[in-house]
Design a protein around this ligand. Structure first.
Ligand SMILES: NC(=O)c1ccc[n+]([C@@H]2O[C@H](COP(=O)([O-])OP(=O)(O)OC[C@H]3O[C@@H](n4cnc5c(N)ncnc54)[C@H](OP(=O)(O)O)[C@@H]3O)[C@@H](O)[C@H]2O)c1
Length: 329
C-alpha cells in the first residue's frame, strides 16, 4: 500500500498505550481495509498485557481479527466498498493487526461478511466464533453427527465456548456445557442451547485414565486437566477437537482413551486455515447462528477500553464476546 494513496489516514495502535501511526508504518500487502471493528480474543489479551508468545515483531499493532470495508485492492477478488472480515492469517502476530483504523492485509485470506450477519455480528463472532465453527467442521469431517450422541463444550462461558454452544445446538447437537462458573452462567448457557450445564470440576481428570463414557464428541477450548478428563469420558470411537490452552498447555492424560477406546483428537489452527475452509466456516456460522443469541453474549467497547476488556479474559472472568469499536476512542 503506498503512502500517497491514503494521505490523511492514521492507524491507532492499542497496547500498553494508544499511539498514532502513519500509513507508511503498515505492511506492504495487496489490500487496504478501513477497520470498523476488532474483537478481544485470548491471544489479544495476552498481547495487550505484554505476555510472551503472540507478538512476533515489535512494535506491532495488536488484534488477531478485523471487520471493515475494502478501501483499495490489487487482489482480483476485492474492490473498494466490499464488507470483509479476517481472522488470524498472522494478523496481530506477524502482521499489524485489527486494533487500528486502517489495516493492510492479504486479499487471499479475506472473507466477505455474510449479508445475514452484517459487520458488527461478524466482529462479534470474530476469531473465537470462527474457531468454534472450524471445530464443528472438523468433528463432522470425522463422522460426528447429532444422532451420534451428546457433545461436551469446555470453557463454555468464554468466546470460543459460548459461540460453540449456540452453533452446535442450532445444528441439533445435544450440548453439554462445562464451565467453572455454573452458578453464574447456567441460565445464559441454557439460553444459548445447552441441554445440560456441568461444573468444570466434574470433567477434570480424576487421575484415572478412563472414566464413564459420557459423550460422543468434545469441543475443547481449555486444554490441561480439563482436556484429559474430557478424553477420559469420551465414548468408544468418539472424537474431540483441541484449540486452546486457557486451562493449561500440558496434557496430563494417558494414551489409554486412544488405544482402548479408539478415540481421536483433532487439532484446530484458525491462523493458517486455507481460504476455502474459511468460507465454509463462515457460511455455517451465517446459516446457523441466531443473531439474537449472539447479541445476548456480545458487548461493544471503545478502543480505549480494549486493554481492560482483555484483563478479564486473563482473569478467567470474561464471558461471551467483546467487540472493539475502533472508531470510537
Ligand atoms: N487454535 C486456534 O486457532 C484458536 C483460536 C481461537 C482461540 N484459541 C484458544 O482457545 C482458548 C479460548 O479462547 P477464547 O477467546 O474463548 O478465550 P476466553 O473468552 O477467555 O475463554 C476461555 C474460557 O476458558 C475457561 N478457563 C479460563 N481459565 C481456565 C482455567 N484456568 N482452567 C479451566 N478453564 C479455564 C473459562 O470458561 P469457564 O469459566 O466457562 O470455564 C474461560 O471463559 C484460548 O486458549 C485461545 O488461545 C485458539
Amino acid at each position: 500500500m503506498d503512502q500517497e494513496t491514503f494521505p490523511g489516514w492514521v492507524a491507532r495502535a492499542a497496547g500498553a498505550t494508544l499511539e498514532q501511526l502513519g500509513p507508511a508504518t503498515l505492511d506492504d500487502l495487496d489490500t487496504a481495509v478501513r477497520v470498523r471493528y476488532s474483537s478481544i480474543n485470548y491471544k489479544d489479551a495476552l498481547a495487550l498485557h505484554g505476555r510472551p508468545g503472540v507478538l512476533r515483531r515489535h512494535p506491532l499493532i495488536a488484534g488477531i481479527d478485523l471487520t471493515g470495508e475494502v478501501l483499495k485492492s490489487r487482489h482480483p477478488r476485492w474492490k473498494a466498498g466490499d464488507a470483509v472480515t479476517l481472522n488470524g492469517a498472522g494478523l496481530g502476530e506477524d502482521l499489524h493487526g485489527g486494533l487500528a483504523g486502517l489495516a493492510a492485509v492479504n486479499g487471499d485470506d479475506l472473507v466477505l461478511v455474510p449479508a445475514q450477519l452484517g459487520p458488527l455480528r461478524a466482529a462479534a463472532i470474530g476469531t473465537a466464533g470462527f474457531t468454534a465453527a472450524l471445530s464443528l467442521l472438523a468433528l463432522e469431517r470425522h463422522g460426528l453427527a447429532p444422532e451420534t450422541g451428546p457433545i461436551l463444550v469446555t470453557g463454555a462461558g468464554g468466546g470460543v465456548g459460548s459461540v460453540a454452544v449456540a452453533l452446535l445446538a442450532a445444528a441439533r447437537y445435544e450440548v453439554i456445557a462445562a464451565t467453572g462458573r455454573p452458578a453464574e452462567l447456567s441460565s445464559q448457557l441454557t439460553a444459548l442451547g445447552a441441554a445440560q450445564v456441568l461444573d468444570r470440576a466434574s470433567v477434570l481428570s480424576s487421575g484415572k485414565p478412563l472414566g464413564k463414557q459420557r459423550w460422543a464428541g468434545v469441543l475443547d477450548a481449555v486444554g490441561g486437566p480439563v482436556l484429559a478428563g474430557a478424553l477420559a469420558g469420551l465414548q468408544h470411537s468418539g472424537v474431540a477437537t483441541t484449540c486452546g490452552l486457557a486451562g493449561g498447555a500440558e496434557y496430563p492424560g494417558t494414551v489409554l482413551p486412544f488405544i482402548l477406546r479408539g478415540v481421536s483428537l483433532l487439532g484446530i489452527d484458525s491462523v493458517r486455515t486455507p481460504p476455502l475452509r474459511r468460507e465454509a466456516a463462515w457460511q455455517r456460522l451465517a446459516q446457523l447462528l441466531d443473531p439474537a443469541l449472539l447479541d445476548s453474549v456480545t458487548r461493544v467497547v471503545p478502543l480505549s477500553d480494549a486493554k481492560d476488556a482483555a484483563a478479564s479474559l486473563l482473569a478467567g472472568t470474561g464471558t461471551g464476546r467483546t467487540v472493539v469499536d475502533v472508531a470510537s476512542a
